[in-house]
Structures are given as C-alpha cells and as structure tokens.
Design a protein around this ligand. Structure first.
Ligand SMILES: Nc1ncnc2c1ncn2[C@@H]1O[C@H](COP(=O)(O)OP(=O)(O)O)[C@@H](O)[C@H]1O
Ligand SMILES: [Mg+2]
Length: 259
C-alpha cells in the first residue's frame, strides 16, 4: 500500500514578474531573470528546466533570500522574502560540505541542536538516507552519492517546509543518480515539503516535477509549463507515459532552438 502524501507541511511559493539583473562595473547591469511568474502550491513539486547559464541558480538564490531581485513579487506562505528563513533549505550545486568536518558535524551546521527534537530528526534522517554508522567519517571518505545525502539530511533535520535543490545530482554517475532521485521522491512523498528543483536534465525534471517549467536562455523567461501528473512512483521511469513526456519536453526546447 502506498502511504498517502502529507502536504500540509509544505510552503506555498508565489513569484510574480520577477526581474533580476547583476550589476557590472562600467557597463549596464546584466539581465538574468526577465519576468518570471511561477506559483507552487503547498507540498507540490516543480522542476525548473533550462540550459546552462540561463539563471536557474540565481532564481533559487532569490527564493532563498540570498539575492535581492531587481523587481517583482516573491512570497513564501504569503510573506515577502527578504532574508534567509529557517524553514527554507537550499541544497547547493556543489556538495556544500566542509572537508575538515565529519558527516555529523556537517549535517548539524546551522542547527542549534539545543532542541532535542532536532537531534532526533537528524538521527532518523541519517538512518533514512542510509548514512547511519558513517557519522564520524570525513567527506573525503564518502562516495559522491553519500555526500549528496549528507546535504539532504541537513535539510530534513531542519524540518524545512520548502526544499530548493540546485542541480543536486549533476555530478553523480547514472546509477547513483537514479538511486538518489528515488530517495528524493520517497522523502518528498513522506515529508510533504514543497520541492523546487532546478536542473538541465530532462529525465530528472520529468521524474521529480509534478510540473515542469521551462526556462529560456539568459535572460530567463518561462517558455512553457508542462503538467506531469503521472509522476510520483518509482515505476514511472519505466512507463510509456514517462518517455512520452520526456519527448514532449525535448521537442519544446528543440523547436525553439532550430535556426
Ligand atoms: N553573483 C553574481 N554576480 C554577477 N553575475 C552572476 C552572479 N551569479 C551568476 N551570475 C551570472 O548570471 C548568469 C546566470 O547564472 P546562473 O544563475 O548560475 O545560471 P544557471 O544556474 O542556469 O547555470 C551567468 O551569466 C552568471 O555568470
Ligand atoms: Mg546553476
């Protein structure tokens, strides 16, 4: 029996006409996001798919409150994003682990652990993620997949209601990547957080996004929003519907890029 998804714990995200331009000394500011409008309901998952350099990471930094947009409305649970918030976890493109700290120390960075529930949540997250027993290892003693999972454990221990994932699996080999994708799907179903994942990997977007949002080249605009309601089970990856959706997404991009 499939467990029913909890969605009440997830944050609601509303982005309207978001513009971002990075200042450049002696030149006009470089536009990176050119009027992005996206809504993500509580507990939903959205995969943002776009070419390298189009502004995907920048979009997440704005949601995380790390970069201030040039204009537009960005709200999480109805409140404007002004600075980083504890309920929003950003998992960076790189593993984000400090090499001189152990798995446990890395996973507890930014957590006070004064709250015993936080330590308990971290223990159960490490267990869930297959990292129990590796707490005292250093990042250099872990595989690529294990390092990624430490970052996820930190987000889970934080009990985040919004997970922002920046190309989380780009550096992994194909099989490890599938395993971590399956794990992410399971965690999303079990914990009910809202997931915003950015990636340049079409299969990853279709496997993990209830909606796939297509970004144009820089400056990024939304060039398509593709519903993907069949996602949610590991077996989706092998189904004809999956291949059909991947084909549809690829066709939307190639149609644009034809000279
Ligand atoms: N802090 C920054 N200051 C200036 N330019 C930046 C900064 N971060 C990213 N950029 C530029 O913004 C563009 C988009 O980058 P990014 O958001 O990382 O794209 P993506 O994640 O899609 O590859 C790139 O041209 C990059 O060089
Ligand atoms: Mg990026």
């Amino acid at each position: 029996m499939e467990e029913k998804r909890k969605t009440t714990g997830g944050s609601r995200v509303e982005v309207e006409d978001l513009h971002l331009a990075y200042p450049r000394p002696g030149r006009d500011a470089e536009p990176v996001l050119a009027g992005i409008t996206i809504r993500v309901g509580a507990g939903e998952s959205v995969a943002v798919l776009g070419p390298s350099g189009c502004g995907k990471s920048s979009f997440l930094y704005v949601l995380a409150g790390l970069v201030e947009p040039t204009s537009g409305r960005v709200e999480i649970d109805g409140r404007p994003v002004k600075r980083p918030r504890p309920e929003v976890a950003l998992i960076l493109q790189e593993t984000g682990l400090l090499p001189w700290k152990t798995v446990w120390q890395n996973a507890t960075l930014g957590l006070s652990l004064k709250d015993p529930r936080e330590a308990q949540r971290l223990r159960s997250a490490l267990e869930d993620l297959g990292l129990a027993g590796l707490e005292n290892r250093y990042p250099a003693q872990l595989s690529g997949g294990e390092k990624k999972r430490v970052g996820l454990a930190r987000a889970l221990a934080q009990n985040a209601s919004l997970l922002l994932l920046d190309e989380p699996l780009a550096a992994l080999d194909a099989l490890t990547k599938e395993r971590v994708q399956n794990l992410l799907l399971k965690l999303w179903r079990r914990h009910g957080f809202t997931l915003v994942l950015v990636t340049h990997d079409i299969e990853e977007a279709v496997f993990l996004g209830q909606t796939v949002v297509l970004f144009s080249e820089r400056p990024a605009r939304v060039i398509g929003t593709i519903p993907n309601p069949e996602m949610g089970e590991e077996a989706y990856r092998q189904s004809p519907a999956f291949f059909e959706r991947v084909r549809e997404v690829r066709a939307r991009f190639t149609a644009r890029w034809r000279p």
